[in-house]
Design a protein around this ligand. Structure first.
Ligand code: ADP
Length: 191
């Protein structure tokens, strides 16, 4: 049964924005909250957007084997906790996971029969750069690093089940909702 929906994308393509829209429009979906050691942005809340921890706490989690997948990039750690995913799988809930490309590939490999993966593409690299600059949360150095990863991330597009271009937000949101509804029929929803 497919009950893990992965949204993945190059940084800045709009996966966070799209996940928020999906959660607004489909309250049956439960968001899987990842852990990170990056600084909390102004509009973010601990436990809602991420579990924000220190680098030391994250490393302790790695040592204790608490993460199903984790990455270190842009000077911070990001990961998905094992216990959280397992709880959702056990309950057969419909889970939305927002993951970078590496994380998405790992989860897909671990749960091939349970995942539906959607790769979100920016309309163009130029749009992506503009969005990252407009978001205003990263220094020029970090934006340059994010852009350097794009080629790697785009090269994995074909590993995912669906591709959605995030040009007009509402169109992309509706496309993703349709995929989720079609692909997860029969999954028991969180009430
Ligand atoms: P990601 O989570 O993939 O890094 P974000 O969701 O943070 O990307 O989006 C990056 C920036 O682009 C944000 O400032 C967001 O408001 C903006 N954005 C997202 N989707 C669109 C869209 N369809 N059109 C224009 N701007 C968008």
């Amino acid at each position: 049964m497919k009950n893990l929906v992965i949204i993945t994308a190059p940084s800045g393509s709009g996966k966070t924005t799209l996940c928020k829209e999906i959660l607004k429009k489909e309250d049956k979906v439960q968001f899987s909250v990842s852990h990170t050691s990056r600084k909390m942005r102004q509009n973010e809340k601990n436990g809602i957007d991420y579990y924000f921890v220190t680098n030391e706490e994250f490393i302790e989690g790695i040592d204790k084997n608490e993460f199903i997948e984790w990455n270190y990039h842009f000077d911070c750690y990001y990961g998905t906790s094992k216990s959280q995913i397992q709880k959702s799988i056990d309950k057969k809930n419909l889970i939305l996971l927002e993951l970078d490309v590496k994380g998405a590939l790992s989860i897909q490999k671990l749960y091939p029969d349970q995942t539906v993966s959607i790769f979100v593409e920016p309309p163009s690299i130029n749009d992506l750069q503009i969005r990252l600059e407009k978001r205003g949360s990263d220094s020029e150095k970090i934006i340059a690093k994010r852009l350097q990863r794009i080629e790697f991330e785009l090269s994995h597009k074909s590993n995912f089940d669906f591709t959605v271009v995030n040009d007009k937000l509402e169109v992309a949101t509706n496309q993703i909702l349709e995929i989720i509804r079609n692909e997860t029929k029969g999954v028991s929803y969180v009430t």
